[in-house]
Unconditional design. Structure first.
Length: 629
């Protein structure tokens, strides 16, 4: 019989198991009843379809309303975006180096499913999308020609390094810290605590048992779906716009209309729906591995055939400036004046809103592929590896574009659009007859890997956490994403990026509040984790043993494990029977009824051993069974 400290009455704990000895509880260990959550799906679907109809019927109205609301939000609540982006990085670094870092995102003995390369490739492909190509060459160039307020004079060495730092700031540590926060909370909740794979599940310590069945929990899941829809739709709009630029170069046509861009969205939309219904391992894994390989090859291609020496010096200098300027860049707000607010609205606020809107689907996706890793490994690699790749990409792409500008080459004077600079960059390098085709292929794959992750995740969130949602539900959300992307294009007109920015920021602001409370729930869960309980017992046991050894034996004593006198045990001041420690690992059936679970056999009380026949009667012969001989 297990020893359970000072409390040893049989049946005191669920399944007769001390909370400090629980090996973890996966979502598969629970008997969940999956299916479409009619309230979450119907309310969200009606709201989104209504918005799409409004946007297609009257895009000017959408543009006007979003612009007015955007202007108000930037003056009054833009600080909230900075707060949330800061929160993700600092919380995950704290957790990684704290006593919680050794807690696994799964059961105690669980091993990771994917190699580190595949793991990083998949999180990179889902978490970045087309932005690395859309903004990689053009964003540093824009900052070089027009630096952020109160930083440097245009087109100077100081502006060059500030341009690198500002680009890294938007695409580096902050974004991946937030992704790690949401992904870690979801992975822990699902694979360590056995809850459905829903954002509302991370709220259990705040809302009580089964928050996804209550009104507040369902509102949280609805907001997560809406944020995912708009965040991914912005990606689809950007990628379709840039792919259309490549099509224009290849075909030689003078102008690409919105109708052609919409056709591109439709074609790629069909592709990502096909990829989405094939599942994570078969679809996204292979495409992600291909994509990160081709992306790294393109980065290396520009480095080798571009201004290599210039870039070689710029990489460490840009990183050093980024580290030096990180806190000053994070501290820019309304107090710096209207010029700073205008810059924030055009760049930083849009990025922060984009990343915040992406957190539900990127977080859930990296949670699924990170199962079995420790919180420390998960946090550090999720933050560091993609950040380093992006720093290289933006330094090489952006540095090459700036170098070509200094050389007086056309399309690098700030007059070209974001989507044009990429193709202009590769046009100055060897193999420029085939690189547009390669770029379009890479952009299409990024489109697919980002969008199919989002459609499956939204299917999960609207199906009570079902990891394999109904394919029709997945297809429906995919069509909604395409519809919102079309609305953004129509509302933006010639200033498509403005509409993408306005709508994304408006969706991200209320969702920021959801992420703040999710962080509180995550930390409260970690404080009652079995590993944390064992650590608390270990510290108390060692301290008590040393004091008692000195009292009773002086210098000549050693530590051993035995029953302690009343009041001197490791758990003397610890209530191990508290419901907040034991309630979470009580198994339930599909209807919420408690069922006993034998941890030694790994079976439910209503499960029989495989070798045990279901009845004493001989089984009836199967006429279709083959003779084993």
């Amino acid at each position: 019989m297990r020893q359970r400290g000072r409390l040893s009455a049989v049946g005191l704990y669920p399944h007769d198991l001390h909370p400090g000895l629980v090996p973890g509880l996966s979502v598969e260990d629970q008997k969940n009843s999956f299916g479409i959550d009619k309230l979450v799906f119907s309310v969200t679907a009606i709201a989104i379809v209504s918005f799409i109809i409004w946007g297609v019927a009257n895009p000017e109205s959408v543009a006007n309303v979003s612009a007015s609301a955007y202007a108000w939000s930037m003056d009054n609540v833009a600080w909230l975006l900075n707060l949330v982006m800061s929160l993700g990085l600092f919380v995950m670094l704290f957790l990684a180096f704290s006593r919680f870092g050794a807690i696994p995102l799964g059961k105690d003995d669980e091993k990771p499913e994917f190699s580190r390369f595949s793991w990083v490739a998949m999180m990179f492909g889902a978490g970045i999308g087309v932005g690395i190509f859309f903004f990689g060459p053009s964003e540093p160039l824009a900052y070089f020609l027009s630096p952020p307020p109160h930083t440097a004079e245009p087109a100077t060495p100081a502006a060059l390094h500030q341009a690198m730092a500002q680009s890294h700031f938007h695409w580096g540590l902050a974004i991946w810290g937030l992704y790690a926060l949401v992904g870690g909370a979801l992975a822990y909740s699902t694979y360590r605590r056995g809850r459905p794979s829903l954002l509302s599940s991370t709220y259990r310590s705040l809302l009580g048992s089964k928050p996804h069945e209550g009104i507040v929990g369902r509102i949280i899941d609805m907001m997560a779906i809406i944020a995912t829809l708009f965040g991914t739709a912005a990606t689809l709009g950007l990628s379709a716009t840039q792919i259309s630029q490549g099509v224009q170069i290849i075909s030689g046509v003078s102008e690409i209309t919105n109708n052609i861009v919409i056709m591109i969205i439709g074609v790629l939309g069909v592709c990502f729906i096909i990829s989405a219904v094939t599942g994570v391992a078969r679809g996204i894994r292979y495409l992600s591995n291909i994509n990160i390989t081709v992306t790294l090859c393109l980065i290396g291609f520009v480095f080798i055939f571009g201004p290599s020496l210039f870039l070689l010096n710029l990489i460490p200098s840009g990183i050093a400036t980024y580290i030096d300027q990180y806190l000053p860049m994070m501290g820019k707000s309304l107090s710096w004046g209207q010029e700073t607010i205008d810059f924030q609205g055009s760049w930083t606020a849009f990025y922060w809103a984009w990343w915040i809107a992406w957190t539900p689907f990127v977080g859930m996706f990296i949670a699924r592929i990170s199962r079995g890793r420790t919180l420390r490994e998960f946090a550090l690699i999720t933050i560091a590896a993609p950040t380093f790749i992006l720093i290289l990409a933006f330094t090489i792409f952006g540095g090459a574009a700036i170098n070509f500008h200094l050389g007086g080459l056309p399309l690098f004077d700030g007059s070209a659009g974001n989507e044009q600079v990429l193709f202009a960059l590769f046009d100055q390098l060897p193999l420029n007859a085939i690189t547009p085709f390669i770029l379009i292929l890479v952009l299409a794959i990024f489109f697919i890997t980002s969008a199919d992750s989002a459609s499956v995740v939204m299917g999960t969130m609207s199906s009570k956490g079902n990891p394999e949602p109904n394919k029709l539900v997945v297809v429906f959300w995919g069509l909604c994403m395409m519809g919102i992307a079309v609305v953004m294009l129509l509302a933006g007109g010639v200033t498509t990026l403005t509409a993408l920015q306005n709508l994304t920021i408006l969706i991200a602001l209320p969702f920021s509040v959801v992420l703040i409370f999710m962080t509180i729930g995550f930390i409260k869960d970690l404080m009652t984790d079995p590993a944390a309980i064992r650590r608390k017992y270990a510290a108390a046991a060692v301290q008590n043993a040393v004091v008692r050894g000195l009292e009773e034996h002086g210098d000549d004593f050693e530590l051993s494990v035995c029953t302690a006198p009343d009041g001197r045990g490791a758990g003397a001041n610890f209530d191990s029977s508290s419901e907040k420690l034991t309630d979470w690992y009580q198994r339930t059936d599909e209807h919420g009824n408690e069922i006993e679970f034998d941890h030694e056999r790994g079976k439910w009380s209503d499960q029989e051993d495989p070798e045990t026949p279901k009845s004493s009667e001989s089984p009836e012969p199967n006429p279709e069974a083959k003779d084993p001989v």
